[in-house]
Design a protein. Structure first.
Length: 475
């Protein structure tokens, strides 16, 4: 009788798996366009045998009876996305609570820091809050997560998709790592996917595999039921496992203590504010002005890839703990930035054998700290032959170069070393050195060395020597 009950339940689940057509749907938190509940008329039910909601498991969840005992009769009502409990979901609940227990513990540890931020945005954008668990299985709420496919951030955007939804990625910043900005982008992408497929399971599958691949699978097999598509093995294995993982992670994360995760030391959420800082502001200077540790600043601004804010973005927004007094911070930062050299760009240097950061810094007459600022957020770089080390370029340096280009366009220069005879030595001074100065003369068209020599009272040989000219050159 028990086996018959289980088979009936699974049959209901399969029938419930996103059978709506892919028409344009604007999501409503309670109903879709056909006024059907998002739980597909509540047919996506949870197995009900041996229900004992009060029972807690203190060991690993490795038995079907243990899992079933935790799921109450109306368990699915705690969710705003469709919830199915089938063999695949059961497998990943066991997987997360046994084999990947340590990994899932780390996900939970970070969850309370990021879930409030992400849920707030999902709610504001009118999407189910439980889509937050999609970010959980994508990255474990790690903003610095980076995949072999170059996907980055809590929502694991690749460059092209992130750029399509407004996320900037360059040498200085990667907004895919910003929890707020990437969540806003993810809500836009998920809404587009839901409007395309009319179902959150297929929307999530499209998020993982790409909407094109999911669309082709639907067309090929003439079904928009995710669980039916899984049977054909047309979708990648990762995508076939994606929805069961999402459901399993959501079930555990809702009440982790029931699944044996009762001793997690959670990262506590930080309430923060945004402030504007000048272009190229060093993070260490910002942290000191705010009287916070640099690690705190980096943790709430993970999108900043270097030791300074982007040198090409004025009034860049930086997050600070809400407890920081903004007026005091602004005054402190303004005073500190007056003494800072303004970094405006970088020039690449290809390291040679024997190079170190100290040697490179001496070569360019800068400090190692200034090199660290534009090459990362840390204070250590292991130099290897052939690697590119970026050298900071400063505002004053760029101004001089610009002036030189402006004056030198279509002009020739003659450098003249002359003795300054306009000043006589002080009679009381014992200094015997001759005062000298360098004069730059702009050579006019048709002007000869002889004419320049007569003008400044210098012999032609001296002018040639000062300008490294060969003796065959006369103009």
């Amino acid at each position: 009788m028990r086996r018959f009950s289980i088979l009936c339940t699974i049959s209901l689940i399969l029938l419930a798996g996103c059978s709506t057509t892919g028409r344009n749907i604007v999501y409503n938190p309670l109903f879709d366009n056909d006024n059907n509940a998002l739980t597909e008329n509540n047919t996506e039910v949870v197995r009900k045998e041996s229900v004992n909601p009060g029972k807690k498991i203190t060991q690993n969840v490795d038995d079907e009876e243990d899992i079933v005992s935790l799921l109450g009769e109306d368990y699915y009502k705690n969710f705003d996305i469709p919830i199915v409990f089938n063999d695949a979901v059961k497998y990943f609940i066991q997987y997360f609570t046994t084999e990947k227990r340590k990994v899932f513990s780390n996900w939970l540890k970070r969850s309370r820091f990021y879930i409030p931020i992400i849920k707030e945005i999902l709610n504001e954008e009118g999407l189910p809050e439980d889509l937050v668990y999609l970010a959980m299985i994508e990255s474990g709420f790690n903003p610095k997560a980076y995949s072999p496919a170059n996907a980055s951030g809590p929502w694991q955007f690749i460059y092209t998709t992130g750029g399509r939804y407004g996320l900037r990625s360059n040498y200085w910043i990667d907004e895919r790592r910003d929890p707020e900005k990437s969540t806003i982008a993810a809500t836009k992408y998920l809404r587009d996917l839901f409007n395309q497929f009319g179902c959150w399971y297929l929307a999530a599958a499209g998020y993982n595999a790409g909407e094109g691949r999911v669309g082709r699978a639907i067309e090929r097999h003439n079904t928009n039921n995710f669980w039916e598509l899984v049977k054909y093995n047309t979708l990648p294995k990762e995508t076939r496992e994606y929805i069961p993982k999402l459901i399993a992670a959501a079930i555990i994360a809702k009440e982790p203590e029931k699944f044996g995760f009762g001793s997690i030391t959670y990262d506590q959420p930080i309430k923060f504010m945004e402030v504007k800082v000048p272009a190229g502001s060093p993070l260490i200077t910002i942290a000191k002005a705010a009287s916070i540790d640099i690690s705190v600043l980096k943790s709430i601004n993970p999108e900043i890839l270097r030791g300074i804010t982007p040198p090409d973005i004025h009034n860049y927004s930086v997050k600070l703990p809400y407890s920081v007094d903004k007026s005091t911070f602004d005054n402190n930062l303004q005073a500190a930035m007056e003494n800072e050299k303004k970094i405006k760009g970088i020039s690449p240097y290809k390291a040679r054998k024997g190079d170190t950061i100290i040697k490179i810094a001496k070569k360019y007459r800068i400090t190692p700290v200034e090199i660290f600022l534009v090459n990362g957020t840390g204070d250590e770089i292991k130099v290897k032959p052939g690697m590119i080390v970026n050298i900071p370029r400063f505002a004053t340096q760029l101004i001089k170069e610009a002036d030189s280009r402006k004056v030198g366009k279509n002009k020739k220069f003659a450098k003249l070393d002359t003795k300054d005879v306009s000043k006589k030595p002080d009679a009381n001074s014992s200094e015997k050195k001759e005062n000298s100065k360098t004069i730059c003369h702009i050579v006019k068209k048709g002007e000869t060395l002889a004419a320049i020599s007569n003008k400044y009272g210098m012999d032609i040989a001296s002018i040639k020597s000062a300008n490294n000219m060969s003796y065959s050159q006369e103009r």
